[in-house]
Design a protein around this ligand. Structure first.
Ligand code: AMP
Length: 187
């Protein structure tokens, strides 16, 4: 199964993805994690994207599409991918469909975690205190939310139109969200 976890920053996509890796053996493909790893390693890619991430903007479609394409065989071998933080633009969604199609695969489900802006801001304030991720600072987070609403939320009708979208309430505890996630995937 190929699954997209969809939602704004701090909706809990990464947490739920990690649980699905453990329970279902799928592979988490988080473009945010891949970009942060590139920055930490000081690679050419890392140097190129460092400022973009710090500002809370999106890196180019070409960069993230290439990162995902590289990892598709590994996910395929494991029986499926959990796309976390990708796609974030319509161009990325179209590229993903095309890449999967050439491999004889497709997106099977898109699960949207719904969390209101006040709860997201409260979560991110705590994550900033705990982890100190620079783009979690309150000003940059506001920009990241705006980028989500402007560039990523328009993907919802794209997937709804394909009949792939399931919405779940992301406001509860990790376990409560996980239970809804399992129900959505096993339906
Ligand atoms: P995330 O950890 O998913 O919130 O991503 C952190 C940052 O990485 C984002 O604010 C963007 O700067 C960049 N990023 C991650 N995924 C993408 C993507 N699919 N397209 C463009 N930029 C991305």
């Amino acid at each position: 199964m190929n699954l997209i976890l969809f939602g704004p920053p701090a909706a809990g996509k990464g947490t739920q993805a990690k649980r699905l890796v453990e329970t279902r053996g799928m592979v988490q493909l988080s473009t945010g994690d891949m970009l942060r790893a590139a920055i930490a390693s000081g690679s050419e890619l890392g140097l190129k994207v460092k400022d973009v991430l710090a500002r809370g903007d999106l890196v180019t479609d070409e960069i993230v599409i290439a990162l995902i394409e590289d990892r598709l065989p590994e996910a395929e071998a494991a029986g499926g991918a959990i796309f976390d933080g990708f796609p974030r633009t319509v161009a990325q969604a179209q590229a993903l469909d095309a890449m999967l199609e050439t491999r004889g695969a497709k997106i099977d489900r898109v699960v949207r975690l719904k969390v209101d802006d006040a709860a997201l801001t409260a979560r991110i304030t705590k994550r900033f205190e705990d982890q100190g991720r620079p783009d979690d600072n309150p000003e940059t987070f506001k920009d990241r939310l705006a980028v989500y609403n402007r560039q990523t939320a328009p993907l919802l009708p794209y997937y709804e139109g394909k009949g792939l979208l399931t919405e779940i309430d992301g406001m509860g505890s990790i376990d409560a969200v996980a239970a809804q996630m399992d129900a959505a995937l096993d339906a």
